[in-house]
Write a protein that binds this ligand. Structure first.
Ligand code: NAD
Length: 476
């Protein structure tokens, strides 16, 4: 191991060891200590709104209104929800006993897991790092954070916030790229919460298996939106354009592609074109000058999107709007494609950018077959006025979440567990689910000294014991 990496490995394991000691103290402290930590993050976030906006603007020109909505609002809402419910969540929950255990008391005790690792992506850099931290702290854990190297300005703000509120033996930030994450993954954490791509998710799970560390994997994939002839196309177009093109299209639950009933394709396209102009080019100066439209995070992702678009066009797809790019500025126009072959790369890989392919269908069975032929998506959207149509898709497909006649906003309800299934991840986050992800639900049974309802079942197995067993089985 080169000297510098060895030094970093030493620092991470020193911090890890110090957090291990803290986590033992934090197990027995009163709940108000956890509450005060959450309040400190709440106050810091409110007081540093401008620094957070500026940092993310520098990272990928994310408009400040989008930072407010999709980073600051969501973090503050997660804290408010945790503060309101933490006493209820942390209270031991009574469990019913059965006949065989008559006289005993059973309950669930929620204990902190211990020292947790949170690895986060760049696309919602503040929200997806601080959001899981809130759940980890609400559940009484210490944490090490590894934000993304692709948003250095926001990662620096997070490091500053943590340094101002916590000692590294409580919460610590290690900024840097994959080597830093690889180093951290050697340590025996009590829980790993990873948000990122399915490819890196597999590596994280493999590394976690060394220590049998439980993982929450919040991954990505291709989230479809289905639009049938009973949908309100004006309403659907507004919601789809917002959900697809906020954050420059770089949203894990953005509609990845549209499945549109063939009779309404033209009308939907007219609406999409109109709404894109209305949102991002109301004065006709060109979307590139719009202060409401973010940039692609960097050259690597820009090139990936550009080559995906070229591949689709070479295979017969047609540009319905957009298609304009400026590599020097990482600008990629909101782009809608029709006549997209299912064999094009754009229909096989997660797009994670502002390109929206449209696939038409004739019959609902084609929709279900196509969705079920792909890995289970993180989200699925249905735009339809028909409850029969909505229910058929709900029942016959599988996905992490579903929104009907809307998109993306399911993420904003802290009462809805958020997460994927199989390839789009597993384990749930937000609100109570986030608290549970970072808690060990310890099962506790209390018996009185000298008593046990199973005494008649102890060996030796006489005819009386067998009668007692027969009696027990009779009640099943
Ligand atoms: P990524 O997987 O490339 O990186 C995520 C994090 O993992 C970063 O901090 C990175 O430094 C780290 N990392 C990279 N290589 C690693 C390795 N070999 N070992 C350990 N850690 C490593 O993802 P990204 O490009 O930052 O984000 C985009 C992906 O994240 C998309 O697939 C998107 O759908 C997904 N995503 C999912 C959610 C969700 O909530 N489910 C939210 C946002 C993004």
């Amino acid at each position: 191991m080169p000297a510098i990496e060895k030094l970093e490995a030493n620092i991470t394991s020193d911090v890890f060891r110090s957090q291990k000691s803290t986590s033992e103290l934090w197990r027995i402290e009163p709940l108000k200590a956890r509450i005060s930590r959450l309040i400190k993050i709440q106050e810091w976030t409110k007081n540093h709104r401008k620094s957070i906006q500026d940092a993310i603007y520098k990272d990928f020109r994310k408009p400040s209104a989008e930072v407010d909505l999709s980073e600051i609002y969501l973090v503050l809402s997660e804290i408010k929800h945790a503060l309101k419910n933490i006493r209820q969540w942390a209270k031991p929950k009574k469990a019913e006993s059965n006949l065989a255990l008559l006289g005993t008391k059973s309950y669930l005790h929620f204990e902190p897991k211990g020292v947790c690792l949170i690895i986060s992506p760049w696309n919602f850099p503040f929200n997806l790092t601080v959001g899981p931290l809130i759940s980890a702290l609400a559940a009484g854990n210490t944490a090490i954070l590894k934000p993304s190297e692709l948003t250095p300005n926001c990662s620096e703000v997070i490091a500053r916030m943590v340094a101002e509120i916590f000692d590294p033996s409580e919460v610590a930030v290690f900024n840097g790229g994959k080597e830093v994450a690889e180093n951290l993954l050697q340590l025996p954490f009590d829980h790993i919460f990873f948000t990122g791509s399915p490819a890196v998710g597999k590596i994280v799970m493999q590394q976690a298996s060394q220590h049998l560390t439980p993982v929450t994997l919040e991954l990505g994939g291709k989230s479809p939106a289905v639009i049938d002839r009973t949908a309100d196309l004006t309403d659907a177009a507004e919601k789809l354009v917002w959900g697809k093109f906020i954050n420059g299209g770089q949203t894990c639950i953005a509609p990845d592609y549209l499945l549109v009933e063939e009779t309404v394709e033209e009308a939907l396209l007219d609406n999409l074109r109109r709404v894109i102009d209305q949102f991002f080019d109301p004065e006709g100066h060109g979307i590139e000058t719009s202060p409401s439209y973010a940039r692609i995070i960097g050259t690597k992702h820009f090139d990936r999107l550009d080559s995906m678009l070229t591949d689709a066009l070479e295979m017969g797809a047609e540009i319905e709007c957009g298609g304009i790019v400026n590599k020097a500025d990482n600008y990629f126009a909101p782009t809608v494609l029709s006549k997209v072959p299912l064999t094009a790369r754009i229909m096989k890989e997660e797009i994670f950018g502002p390109i929206l392919p449209i696939i038409t269908y004739h019959d609902i069975s084609e929709v279900i077959e196509l969705i079920n032929s792909k890995p289970k998506p993180l989200a699925l959207y249905i735009f339809s006025g028909s409850s029969v149509f909505q229910n058929k898709i709900l029942q016959e497909t599988s996905s992490g979440s579903v929104a009907v006649n809307d998109c993306v906003i399911q993420f904003m309800n802290p009462n809805l567990p958020f997460g994927g299934i199989n390839h789009s991840g597993f384990g749930k986050s937000h609100g109570h689910s986030g608290f549970l992800a970072f808690s060990n639900q310890k099962s506790v049974l209390k018996q009185k000294i000298g008593l046990t309802s199973v005494k008649p079942l102890f060996p030796p197995y006489t005819s009386l014991t067998k009668k007692a067993i027969d009696f027990l089985l009779k009640y099943l």
